[in-house]
Design a binder for this molecule. Sequence first.
Ligand SMILES: *Cc1c(COP(=O)(O)O)cnc(C)c1O
Length: 398
Amino acid sequence: MTDSPQNSEKPATQAVTSGRRKEWTGPVVNPPVWRASTHLYDSIADLRSGVSSNADGQFFYGRRGSPTQWSLAEALTEMEPGATGTMLYPSGVAAIACAMLAVLKPGDEVLLTDSSYDPSRSYADAFLKRMGITALYYDPLIGEDISALFTDKTKAILLESPGSLTFEVQDIPAICAVAKEAGIVTLLDNTWATSRFFAALENGVDISIVAATKYIVGHSDVMMGAATTHEKYWARLRRTAQQLGQVVSPDDAYLAARGLRTLEVRLRQHEQSALTIAHWLKDRPEVGQVLHPALTDCPGHEIWKRDFKGSSGLFSFQLSEGDEKSRAAFIDALTLFGIGYSWGGFESLALPVDPGKYRTATDWTMAGALVRLHIGLEDPEDLIADLAKAFEHYNNAL
Ligand SMILES: *Cc1c(COP(=O)(O)O)cnc(C)c1O
């Protein structure tokens, strides 16, 4: 959606008011589910005007969405300072893939952070390669020195900050400044922070992407992605998504919009509980480093402090003596933490992570075994008791 008024309210208010245009909600609070493929026209003249205008927020055909999707997209635009529009996609991976296709062509080079989400890497290494686009990886902590990697073929940079396994915080303003000077587009995977905790476009990013599957939806029951951008790339992003036939179902858009209304209070609770548990873990004899951007020993912590407005519920920690077997004993013993991919829902999760498997530009040298936690909305005291019990199993397995 485009041309939405920039919302100057405080974030908590925005999460409540954004996208709720009267013409979309009618007399009710939430925009209803408009389930439709065909949109009917009054006359041939009416049909012809729809074809020629190609405007946002107008009935045309189901693939262009309906008020349910328009409202959600507009809300995400309003909540991102500096944004012109947002496209919705059926998953976070689809958002990353389509946004990159919108700005790349055969012969181009793209730089990806070595901390990139693994499916982003696979997409670049396999699919983009087949399209004649070369993917090169860089140290997430490279900062403005990334300019040394630029060639006349470099057309885009993918950032992810913090990395969702290893949590290095990138110097996004510095990277974006040198990219802009060189005419290179910057895309950020902002899933961890969302626009609430990191104002991507204001910090120089061109296209901000989230897996809405995570905190926007917030209830682990919908897959969705979103890409938000400013005036310069909006038409291209929108055109590419339409050409690739990207559409989300109105039912899913409804659930995502419903999740968005409580984003502020959920994020604040995830933040507080995750900090409590991260500090508790830091004092445990079994634990080495805790990779949480708000903790001083996390790489890039100072940058997080400078640029971010908060921290969310996802972080990793090192079992300093651990191996595959003792780590499995630890995770298997947890009862309140589920074992599973994804995160950002109301429930806690634990996952073994092995960043060394993915890295190509940097070495991952941390000894022991890494565990990633998503801290949900349970009482942190119960989560701590669960973790304490799991450490007993871990110690027995050493
Ligand atoms: C989950 C995730 C994605 C992909 O989102 P899906 O909706 O699962 O496709 C992208 N980036 C990050 C950092 C993620 O955690």
